[in-house]
Design a protein around this ligand. Structure first.
Ligand code: NAD
Length: 486
């Protein structure tokens, strides 16, 4: 792993300048529980300056962004993707130290971030409206216009990937951006912002204000001059920001996590299913909105499948990100304490830990590690089946037939992803239609993969879509033009 000798800047990026804030916040490496650097603590004042700069950039009062053609925006995004790739070792080292995730996953995240810019770079000049046949003396068309100032509040679990997902799409469509990264992990985002300014993005087009959620985040969501808000994080904070945005009739996209099922039928390729089930829950130590955190298994194969799953769980090891083990630590002492309390309550309710992983020998002391765990004997409707635990914890339930599988799959307020494992084509389609979620995978589980695939939730998982072309459209609004030509 490259040495972390050179930390990103401790300021906020506002109107093309790096601006010092009155106070700063410590940044902790979750694998050791020690501070490694500090970041800016933006407040309402910095957020206001950033929103004004973004408004000026969009309106053409600052820089020439408003005169860039779609093709020119696309070319810039493509060049920026190359700049990210050129810096990938350093970005991955930052992401690994800051989030604690295994280095190979951090590398994958940086590659995905670059791919977002490549995808939306290519798409920028391919987004267009339609013509509509109307009365014979009319010409009617729709235009896809950028909103203006896009506010983006992102979490700590995938800082670089979610930066790519939100910023690339918003800029491709011609918006300007004010981004509030998470206080727990934002070093890669600050480095990406630095690279963007060096790559010649005009001032004010991308503004980044680090700080606390209740300060900078709340100020951004409530700002009267934002035109669109996209938020990724917890349902509770999502509700709060959506209410604040509603005060000014600002449209919101909410991506709020999930409790996604992997459904394994007896006729499935069990070897492939097993591998995907393990991967789907330990990726980023289970701190993934699309984690496959519930396993529904058909009873006739439950015993042999669980025996093999238990073997795999027992072999899993947790270590610091740079050791590139199966799992890193959780992001913070708070997340660890919250998860441990829920697991203790689950055990008190008679839930059994069928198997668990271990801390690797020599794993650093002071890290926020929680070993992967396989839970069985879970009473129907228990909290571990309904709540997002956000850790490497897989809850197992058995089912007898397709109808029961569907009913269990939908027995949650969330609805983000689902995996269906069966060779029966009719059953694949019936379940895919019946499952209440934004994404369904058959004989695969693409947790958060596929930047080209529209992604988003149903119910408590949120609304609106990011990724793919749909994500690009969601950063535009439609204007209808009707011309009576006689
Ligand atoms: P959070 O939703 O509070 O934080 C996400 C982002 O929102 C951060 O940037 C934070 O600074 C900001 N924020 C916090 N309070 C705010 C406010 N009042 N106004 C505006 N912005 C605010 O999440 P958390 O506290 O970091 O984690 C708690 C739980 O949320 C986790 O255990 C997990 O279940 C869930 N979570 C989900 C995702 C996801 O990808 N869907 C990501 C992170 C956390």
């Amino acid at each position: 792993m490259p040495a972390l000798t050179d930390m990103p800047r401790r300021e906020a990026l506002i109107g093309g300048d790096w601006v010092a804030t009155l106070e700063t916040l410590p940044v902790e490496a979750p694998a050791r529980g020690e501070a490694i650097t500090r970041i800016a603590r933006g407040q309402a004042e910095e957020v206001d300056a950033a929103v004004r700069a973004a408004g000026d950039a969009f309106a053409g009062r600052l820089g020439d962004w408003s005169r860039w053609s779609a093709r020119r925006r696309g070319e810039w995004l493509l060049a920026f993707a190359t700049a990210i790739e050129a810096d990938h070792a350093r970005l991955a080292a930052l992401e690994c130290a800051d989030t604690g995730k295994p280095l190979s996953q951090a590398r994958g995240d940086i590659a995905a971030c670059a791919r977002y810019f490549r995808f939306y770079g290519g798409a920028a000049d391919k987004l267009h409206g339609e013509t509509i046949p109307f009365e014979t003396d009319f010409a009617v068309m729709t235009w896809r216009e950028p909103y203006g100032v896009c506010a983006q509040i992102i979490p700590w679990n995938y800082p670089a990937q979610i930066f790519g997902r939100c910023v690339a799409a918003a800029l491709a469509a011609g918006n300007s951006v004010v981004l509030k990264p998470a206080e727990e992990a934002c070093l890669s985002v600050l480095r990406l912002a630095e690279l963007a300014t060096r790559a010649g993005l005009p001032p004010g087009v991308l503004n980044v204000v680090p700080g606390l959620g209740r300060e900078a985040g709340a100020a951004l969501a409530a700002h009267p001059r934002i035109d669109h808000l996209s938020f990724t994080g917890s349902p509770e904070t999502g509700t709060r920001v959506a209410k604040a945005a509603a005060e000014h009739h600002v449209p919101v996209t909410l991506e709020l996590g999930g409790k996604s099922p992997q459904i394994v039928f007896a006729d499935a390729d069990l070897e492939s299913a097993l591998a995907a089930v393990v991967r789907g829950i330990i990726q980023n130590a289970g701190q993934t909105c699309s984690a496959g955190s519930r396993l529904l298994v058909q009873r006739e194969v439950a015993e042999p499948l669980l025996a093999r799953l238990a073997e795999r769980f027992s072999a899993l090891r947790c270590d610091a990100g740079e050791a590139d083990a199966d799992c890193g630590p959780l992001i913070s002492a708070r997340q660890k304490a919250g998860l441990e309390a829920r697991l203790e309550a689950a055990r008190a309710d008679g839930i059994r830990v069928l198997a668990q992983g271990q801390l690797a020998e020599g794993a650093p002391a002071g890290g926020h590690f929680v070993v992967p765990q396989l839970l069985t004997d879970i009473p129907a409707g228990h909290a571990v089946l309904r709540e997002e635990l956000f850790g490497p914890v897989l809850a197992v339930q058995g089912f007898d037939d397709e109808a029961e599988a569907l009913s269990l799959a939908n027995a949650t307020d969330f609805g983000l992803c689902a995996g269906i494992w069966t060779r029966d084509g009719g059953r694949q389609l019936r379940l895919a239609k019946g499952i209440r979620s934004g994404q369904v995978f058959v004989n695969d589980y693409g947790a958060a993969g596929g930047i080209e695939l529209p992604f988003g939730g149903v119910g408590r998982s949120g609304h609106g879509r990011e990724k793919g072309f749909e994500g690009l459209r969601s950063y535009t609004r439609l204007k209808t033009l009707a011309i009576r030509h006689g």
